[in-house]
Design a protein around this ligand. Structure first.
Ligand SMILES: [Zn+2]
Length: 126
């Protein structure tokens, strides 16, 4: 949950009160529709966090799904013809191709989404 402070214009991961400001300044939830009008005023741009997370999910999905697909190709190939070296290399090649492909694709998706983010703001990636 991303929260932000209207006084110092900083954003934080959760919490009720701003840790930077003096006194008890209430933090606002960035996900609530009534608070989204303030997002343009913040010093940081929180969108890179979400863009990075979706790219990370895509990469993770590709890395996880690559192994079963490679194993499936290897087993199907072995059922058709028993050339272990051929089907093992095709299966391993498939694993690396899918993993590398989703990694590159997620980088492209992240770079495309980041073109919307203005350079004048600090991108919050932590
Ligand atoms: Zn503050």
């Amino acid at each position: 949950m991303v929260k932000f402070c209207l006084q110092c214009k900083s954003s934080f991961w959760g919490g009720q009160y701003c840790p930077k400001c003096e006194g008890q300044v209430e933090l606002l939830d960035a996900a609530l529709p009534e608070n989204q009008k303030y997002l343009a005023e913040l010093n940081v741009d929180v969108r890179p966090k979400y863009f990075a997370r979706s790219s990370m999910m895509l990469t993770c999905f590709g890395f996880i799904m690559a192994l079963p697909v490679g194993m499936f190709i290897f087993l199907r190939g072995m059922a058709i013809a028993g050339n272990v070296l051929l089907w093992a290399s095709v299966g391993i090649g498939t694993v690396f191709a899918i993993a590398w492909g989703t990694w590159k694709l997620s980088h492209l998706v992240f770079a495309k989404q980041m073109t919307e983010v203005k350079d004048t703001k600090e991108a919050q990636l932590d």
